[in-house]
Structures are given as structure tokens and as C-alpha cells.
Design a protein around this ligand. Structure first.
Ligand SMILES: Cc1ncc(COP(=O)(O)O)c(C=O)c1O
Length: 359
């Protein structure tokens, strides 16, 4: 146990685990693989993860700024803009930087008429098979495919997205699979599946799978952990005890005095709070790990700190390490206790958390 005096809020990114998870998906899927690294690689830090993902066939991000940052880290790999481009400037940047673009709305089809360079643009036509978010209706897709297929400046691919890939195969998923069969029959490269679809056996051999959360060792399926699928957590979020104190039965702890000590207690104050990305709500159901021992979070999480019950660990002193999630405490279980998804927890880590990479 380290006792260095520092605030200590730290996310440790384990590249070995990242490579292990990538190898797991490679073993599950024969076809090409896209690593979805939007939102700063789901909060893991894009510059921390890209060097470990050299074996993927392409990356996908949400915004042009994310794509430009990624291009500086990865000069040659395909980068797909999942929401496509919004205006002519973004289209020009996409052409200049060799980005693949998703096209999901008519205004984006119109933008394609602006391509002037004698260089083919890789386009993923997004087809809405039931998610009702982005994409052209099935009824319109056939004619759009016909037009784009014959445009010499466009290298056409097709994409759809499952709405319930984190559940056992539902009626809606069956319908989406039937639509995907039609998409596959068009004879173009295609992409349907995210992490849940791959882990739930909905993916097709030849498709370009789009894997995000699973690469980070996290399961999207409610009630399961990454370890259930032989995945390993890539992020360990930790901090340190920065103060200890004894309180008497009946004394309250923290903002709002919501927690009242049921007996005399020994408390630790940990240097992490909601401004670091640790969740604020329902603090009464959360715990942290002191080595292998769970300790309850007591009282409301503050902006920069939280209090934990050290009554069974009287010897703990400032400087002791505390894990918020990771190897000893899966982020999936904290998310489940809070009624949120693990995606929201890892994506919520803020810039003031120090990042540290294990090679
Ligand atoms: C269009 C699309 N494809 C793939 C993914 C990756 O999903 P997951 O992180 O569940 O693998 C996302 C993530 O939000 C997405 O929006």
C-alpha cells in the first residue's frame, strides 16, 4: 500500500488488457474490425489507446474534431465519421484527410455533389432497420444505393445499427436481422454489429464489426461483467485517502447531512469527487475497494471528495490507495447499483484525473 502524500485521483490504462480484449474479438470474428474510439476512447484517452490498437482495420469516431485528432495519431488507418459531415468545410476536411463518412440524411447526399477531387471518397450509407435514430428508411435505400453505386467518386459501403444488441435476440432484433440480410445481399461491404451484437452472436462473418465498449473490457449486457466474456478491464480508477477522522453516533456526514452515523465511526476522506467524473447520485449504494475489502461510501459525494466508512480499518492512514472501479470492482456493478450504464461512467472521467499507462 502506497502512502505518498498526493490527492491521487488517477486512471490507469492497461494496454496489455486492451490488446487482450482486441485478440478476444479477433478470435470471435473472422471479418474486419472497426475500433470505436469516440468520446476520447470512451474516457480512456485516445492517445493512450491508439498505440495498442494497431491491429484493427479502421477506427470510428463521432465528430470531425475527434477524427482530426485521431488522424494526427494514426496517419494511415481508415477513420469513419459515424455521424458523417455537416457542411462543405467538413466534407473538404474529410476528403483531404481520407476520412470515411457515414451518410444518413438527404442534406448529406446533396453535399456529396460537391466532391470535386479526383479521389474516391469512402461512404457508408446508413440504413435505418429499426433503431429510429440515424439512417434512410429501407424503402428509400434501394434507389439511393443504385445512384451512389454508379458514382465513380464514391466507394460505397452499407451500415445499420441494432437497437437491442445488449439483450437476448428479441422480435425487433429478428426483424433487424431480416433487413440486414437484404443489406448483405447488395454485394457491398457492410457493417451491422457493435459489442453486444458480437457477444450475443448476432454478427455476420464478413461484416465490419464496430466494437467500442468491449475493447475496454466492459460488458454492455445488464447483469454481466466483461470477465463473463473473458474480457479484462482496461481502466482502473483510483485515488487516495487524504484525511481520516472519528465521528460519534448521531453525527451527520457531508452536504445535506443525509448520512447519520448509526454508531461511532472511523471515516476516510478520499480525493475524488463528481468533478473528476465519479458519479454523484445515490451515494448510499456505492462502495470502493481498499485492497480486497469493500468500504461503503457515506454521505453525499462532493465535487472533489467523498467519505468512506473505515470503521473496520482503523489503521488506515492518509495516503492509502482506494480503487473506485477496475480490476477489484467492475464498473458494470457500480453502474448497475446506480441504475446507469457503464458507458456513462467511463465517458464521464474528466481532464483533471491524472492518466497513467501500463505498457
Ligand atoms: C453507430 C455505432 N456503432 C458502434 C458503436 C459501438 O458500440 P459499443 O460501444 O456498444 O460496442 C456505437 C457506440 O455508441 C455507435 O454509435
Amino acid at each position: 500500500m502506497s502512502h505518498a502524500r498526493e490527492r491521487g485521483a488517477q486512471a490507469t490504462i492497461n494496454k496489455k488488457h486492451l490488446k487482450h480484449n482486441l485478440a478476444q474479438f479477433r478470435a470471435m470474428h473472422q471479418g474486419p474490425m472497426i475500433a470505436v474510439v469516440k468520446a476520447d476512447a470512451y474516457g480512456h484517452g485516445i492517445e493512450n489507446v491508439v498505440p495498442a490498437l494497431g491491429a484493427v482495420d479502421a477506427y470510428a469516431v463521432a465528430t470531425i474534431d475527434e477524427a482530426l485528432q485521431l488522424r494526427s495519431l494514426s496517419p494511415d488507418k481508415r477513420i469513419i465519421l459515424l455521424e458523417g459531415v455537416f457542411n462543405e468545410e467538413e466534407l473538404a476536411l474529410a476528403v483531404d484527410n481520407n476520412f470515411d463518412i457515414v451518410v444518413h440524411q438527404k442534406y448529406q447526399l446533396a453535399l456529396l455533389n460537391q466532391i470535386q477531387k479526383n479521389k474516391k471518397l469512402k461512404v457508408w450509407l446508413k440504413i435505418d432497420t429499426g433503431m429510429n435514430r440515424l439512417g434512410f428508411d429501407m424503402s428509400l435505400s434501394k434507389s439511393i444505393i443504385e445512384v451512389l453505386k454508379h458514382n465513380d467518386l464514391i466507394d460505397l459501403h452499407l451500415m445499420s445499427h441494432f437497437a437491442q444488441s445488449d439483450q437476448p435476440i428479441s422480435t425487433q432484433t429478428q426483424q433487424q436481422i431480416r433487413c440486414n440480410e437484404w443489406i448483405e445481399s447488395q454485394g457491398l461491404p457492410f457493417s451491422f454489429s457493435n459489442t453486444g451484437a458480437v457477444l450475443n452472436g448476432m454478427s455476420q462473418d464478413k461484416e465490419w464489426i464496430r466494437v467500442g465498449i468491449g475493447l475496454f473490457g466492459i460488458s454492455p449486457m445488464p447483469g454481466t461483467m466483461g470477465s463473463d466474456y473473458q474480457l479484462k478491464p482496461v481502466m482502473n480508477l483510483a485515488s487516495k485517502v487524504i484525511a481520516t477522522k472519528n465521528i460519534s453516533k448521531g453525527q451527520a456526514v457531508g452536504y445535506g447531512a443525509h448520512f447519520v452515523a448509526p454508531h461511532d465511526m472511523h471515516l476516510g476522506i478520499v480525493g475524488i469527487g463528481y468533478a473528476d467524473g465519479y458519479p454523484w447520485s445515490k451515494s448510499e449504494s456505492m462502495s470502493v475497494m481498499l485492497g480486497q475489502n469493500p468500504c461503503a461510501v457515506v454521505g453525499r459525494v462532493s465535487m472533489d471528495m467523498l467519505a468512506i466508512d473505515l470503521s473496520r480499518h482503523q489503521a488506515v492512514e492518509p495516503g492509502a490507495d482506494v480503487q473506485l472501479w477496475g480490476d477489484c470492482l467492475p464498473v458494470e456493478s457500480l453502474a448497475e447499483q446506480l441504475g446507469v450504464i457503464p458507458y456513462a461512467l467511463v465517458c464521464g472521467i474528466t481532464k483533471r484525473v491524472k492518466f497513467n499507462v501500463i505498457e
